[in-house]
Design a protein around this ligand. Structure first.
Ligand SMILES: [Zn+2]
Length: 307
C-alpha cells in the first residue's frame, strides 16, 4: 500500500505547487501534471484492487482510513476535495457507504461507479437489504476487478491492454488464493465450520468455502453489542460447541471479549473485514488480508497450525 500514500502525497504536492487549475488537477491525458488517471475509492480494500489493475497509469486514493469501518464514516472536507479532484469515485454499493449522499452533495461532478455490480447479493439476516461485504468472497472479487478494468479502459483507452493484462494476472493470483483457502480449510471438521465475529460479515466467504457464520450483531451501522445480542451469540456458541471466536481489526474488541469470557471460548485471532491492514502488517493488501483471515480460521477452528 505504500505507493498509494506516496502518490497521493505527491499529487497534493503537485497540486499546491502548480496552483489549483481544476482541469489540470483532474488529470486525464491532456494536462502537464497528473498524467494518467486519479481514482478515489471509498475504502482501502477497493483502493488496493484498483491499484492492482491501474498499475503505473495513475494514482489511487481512498476515503475511509485504515482501522475505521466504512459503514458510518463521517466524511471531512479533505475527502470532498479528493473526490472532486478524481476522475472517478469507486464505491462498493450494496448498502455499504451510508455517507455517500454527503459526498454526492459536495462533489457532484465526479462520476460514482459501484464496482460490486454483478454480485449476487446475500440479504442481511431478517431483512431484504443486501449484506454489503461481498468483497470477502474471492469469487465476487472477480466482478469487482472486471468492473474496475472496464471502467479504467473506458477512461484511458490507450491503457486498456495493460489494464486487461494486470487484471488477468491479478485474477489468477486470486484464483490461486481461493484454491489455497479451499485446501487449507478442508481440514476443519464439518461441525466446527462456524465463523463467529463481532459483525456478521463473512456470509459471502462462508458461502464460498462451506462455513456457517454469525456475529454479535448483523451490521456495524445497526445497534452494536446490546445485552440481548451478547446473550444470543453466547447461546449459539454453546449450542454449536464452537471452538473459537474472532475479532475484527475495525471493531472494538471489548464486545467479543465479553462474549468469550462468558461462553468459555478463546478469541483465536484478529481478522480483516472492512479494511486491509496497515502497511507492513501481515494483511497490507486484499490478497494478504484474505490469506491471513483463512489462516486464522484454520488455526482457531481446527487446532492445527496453518502452513
Ligand atoms: Zn462491515
Amino acid at each position: 500500500m505504500k505507493k498509494i500514500f506516496v502518490l497521493s502525497g505527491l499529487s497534493l504536492f503537485l497540486l499546491s505547487a502548480c496552483g489549483s487549475n481544476n482541469e489540470e488537477a483532474k488529470g486525464g491525458n491532456e494536462g502537464n501534471i497528473g498524467e494518467g488517471l486519479y481514482v478515489t475509492a471509498s475504502f482501502s480494500v477497493l483502493a488496493d484492487m484498483t491499484e492492482a489493475v491501474l498499475g503505473e497509469r495513475g494514482e489511487v486514493d481512498y476515503i475511509v482510513p485504515i482501522g475505521e469501518e466504512p459503514h458510518e464514516y463521517e466524511p471531512v472536507p479533505s475527502d470532498f476535495r479528493k473526490v472532486n479532484e478524481s476522475d472517478v469515485f469507486y464505491t462498493n454499493g450494496l448498502n455499504l457507504e451510508e455517507w455517500l449522499e454527503r459526498i454526492m452533495d459536495n462533489a457532484a461532478d465526479t462520476e460514482i461507479i459501484e464496482i460490486s455490480e454483478g454480485v449476487e447479493p446475500i440479504p442481511l439476516e431478517g431483512e431484504e437489504a443486501p449484506d454489503p461485504h461481498a468483497w470477502l468472497s474471492p469469487k465476487n472479487a472477480e466482478y469487482y476487478i472486471d468492473n474496475i478494468t472496464a471502467d479504467l479502459s473506458e477512461r484511458d483507452p490507450e491503457g486498456a491492454e495493460i489494464f486487461e493484462e494486470n487484471a488477468e494476472n491479478y485474477k489468477q493470483e486470486i484464483e490461486d488464493l481461493s484454491a489455497e483457502i479451499e485446501e487449507g480449510t478442508a481440514e476443519i471438521e464439518e461441525d466446527q465450520r462456524m465463523i463467529i465475529v463481532s459483525e456478521n460479515a463473512f456470509k459471502y466467504f462462508a458461502e464460498d468455502f462451506g462455513f456457517d457464520s454469525d456475529g454479535i450483531w448483523e451490521m456495524n451501522s445497526h445497534e452494536e453489542g446490546t445485552s440481548g445480542q451478547i446473550n444470543r451469540i453466547i447461546d449459539v456458541i454453546q449450542e454449536r460447541e464452537v471452538p473459537a471466536v474472532f475479532v475484527e481489526s475495525t471493531v472494538d474488541p471489548r464486545y467479543m471479549e465479553t462474549v468469550a469470557d462468558n461462553s468459555g471460548v478463546e478469541i483465536a485471532g484478529e481478522v480483516y473485514t472492512d479494511a486491509i491492514g496497515e502497511e507492513g502488517s501481515e494483511a497490507a493488501s486484499y490478497i494478504d488480508m484474505m490469506r491471513h483471515n483463512a489462516e486464522t480460521f484454520i488455526e482457531g477452528l481446527s487446532g492445527n497450525e496453518a502452513e
